[in-house]
Design a protein around this ligand. Structure first.
Ligand SMILES: Cc1ncc(COP(=O)(O)O)c(C=O)c1O
Length: 474
């Protein structure tokens, strides 16, 4: 579309009667002055712009209660943190218990028994060659760990990663996303880190064959890049190639792990035996920061190779008692509630319901995923009636269309979602694994209503114009 045409369209929309499309969730900028003044005012501005700055007072399971008395369904789960829902009573009880015990929470001069217990359970659940656990406090820290350990083990410096990946925002993790906007302005990052296209074995082999790479690091299913599920043999073949050329095969299961896709690790769907796996997010039930790197004995020995290197890689809060207790309680709750099986069965049901509900809408191209990690992919429309407004708003900002979908779900249907961070055309559908069937039905009806609105009424596009205006004026 020509620029002049685009602006004619935007002006025409601006002149049309205004309707208050939003009804249910009131916009209430709780944004305390202290947060704006001393933490991150841009975040407050963004939430205000999106009319999603709501004060949450109580979060239980899939339900988020606001100070205005609304109940919002969480279909984002804090980006796959709340696999067991918010504030699971058994994790809270375990934490209370741990605090009441007044045990050696941060002694740093003792053997942390709880870390041993959690490490053993994680390695047993992961299976294969994963025998040792290193604990940390976030996914990014886990990624830093695998970078260091892969280099120490192989003596090589190169790092292969997949384009579009999300591995975290520390400098090492950003080096595995150096081709993305997340990395802009923070360089120079680690040298010798090289992207390959996800799901492309030829390109991977070409790079691995140089024998310069310590590791190939990948998410088994790319979450922020649009819930990209690889072809059936990709990861198996990638693992074999890594073995052939002496590179470590490392999986980032920060979002996909802890039963999110149905099995404890997504790797288990593909019969993989990775050299290292990174876990975080849901590991401690969403209440205490916690991450873990599971690795082979051989990798462990390369790093902690002598007494003088007993604490060569560690971090102050890494094995802290609260995180370890929360991790043990989260694993137990996942097993008691059969979270994996639920995710697998109900996730398949959800995808089927969504496919049926959204069939025939030209802007919906695919519903895909595994377990409770799902995405609805939108595409640019072909019919002129939709093409004109879509192109206009897409040109203003590539993320605007998606944010309108998210805002409509939030404000009209009281459902919290987000678009994928590296693919603004894919809506992430990732409720807690314990989500109730009626909540899934409510979501399917809500997204169908929003998608129907996109295709049949001008209100959606008029609201998009208002969003564009607010973005410009703010
Ligand atoms: C796949 C993946 N890896 C790593 C990270 C980084 O985790 P953290 O935010 O805990 O540092 C994230 C965060 O969203 C992630 O999605």
């Amino acid at each position: 579309m020509l620029a002049a045409e685009r602006w004619r369209y935007l002006k025409a929309l601006k002149g049309s009667p205004q309707t208050n499309g939003y009804s249910k969730v009131g916009s209430k900028a709780t944004g305390s002055n202290s947060y704006s003044g001393h933490v991150n005012p841009q975040w407050v501005r963004l939430l205000d712009l999106l009319q999603m700055n709501v004060s949450y007072t109580r979060c239980v399971g899939t339900e988020l209660y606001t100070s205005e008395g609304n109940c919002i369904l969480d279909f984002l789960s804090g980006y796959c943190v709340h696999n067991l829902g918010h504030n699971h009573p058994k994790i809270i009880a375990a934490l209370h218990d741990e605090l009441d015990n007044c045990g050696p929470a941060m002694l740093q001069s003792h053997v942390a028994d709880l870390a041993g217990e959690l490490g053993e359970k994680l390695c047993n659940l992961a299976g294969g060659s994963l025998k040792k656990a290193y604990f940390c406090s976030s996914g990014s820290e886990g990624i830093e760990t695998v970078i260091k350990f892969a280099r120490a083990h192989t003596g090589r410096s190169g790092l292969l990663y997949c384009s579009g990946a999300f591995h975290g925002l520390t400098c090492g993790a950003l080096s595995l996303m150096a081709d993305s906007s997340w990395a802009q302005g923070f360089g120079p990052l680690l040298p010798d880190s090289v992207p390959v296209p996800f799901n492309d074995l030829n390109e991977l082999e070409k790079k691995l064959a140089t024998r310069k790479f310590a590791a190939f690091i990948a998410e088994p299913i790319q979450s922020e890049n649009g819930i990209r599920v690889p072809s059936a043999n990709y990861l198996q073949e990638a693992q074999s190639l890594c073995r052939r050329y002496g590179s470590l095969f490392v999986l980032d299961e920060v979002q996909t792990g802890m039963y999110r896709t149905g099995k404890f690790l997504a790797a288990q769907h593909y019969g993989l035996d990775p050299d290292m796996v990174v876990l975080a997010k849901a590991l401690s039930g969403g209440l205490v920061p916690c991450g873990a790197v599971l690795m082979t004995d051989a990798i462990y020995r390369s790093v902690y190779s002598s007494l003088s290197r007993a604490i060569i890689h560690t971090s102050t809060y890494s094995e802290n008692g609260l995180a370890m207790r929360a991790g043990l309680a989260a694993l137990q709750a996942c097993q008691e509630e059969d979270a994996g099986q639920r995710a697998e069965t109900m996730g398949a049901q959800l995808r089927q319901t969504l496919r049926e509900a959204l069939a025939g809408y030209e802007m919906v191209s695919e519903v895909r995923g595994a377990g409770m990690l799902n995405g609805i992919e939108f595409q640019a429309p072909k019919k002129l009636k939709l093409k004109v407004p879509f192109t206009a708003f897409h040109t203003v900002h590539a993320g605007m269309f998606g944010q309108m979908v998210v805002m409509r779900l939030f404000r009209e249907h009281s459902i919290l979602t987000q678009m994928c961070g590296n693919n603004f055309m894919v809506l992430k559908v990732a409720p807690p694994l314990i989500v109730k069937e009626q909540h899934l039905e409510r979501f399917a009806e809500a997204i169908r209503d929003v998608v129907e609105g996109i295709h049949s009424s001008t209100a959606f596009w008029r609201d998009a114009l208002r969003l564009a205006q607010r973005a410009i004026n703010i």
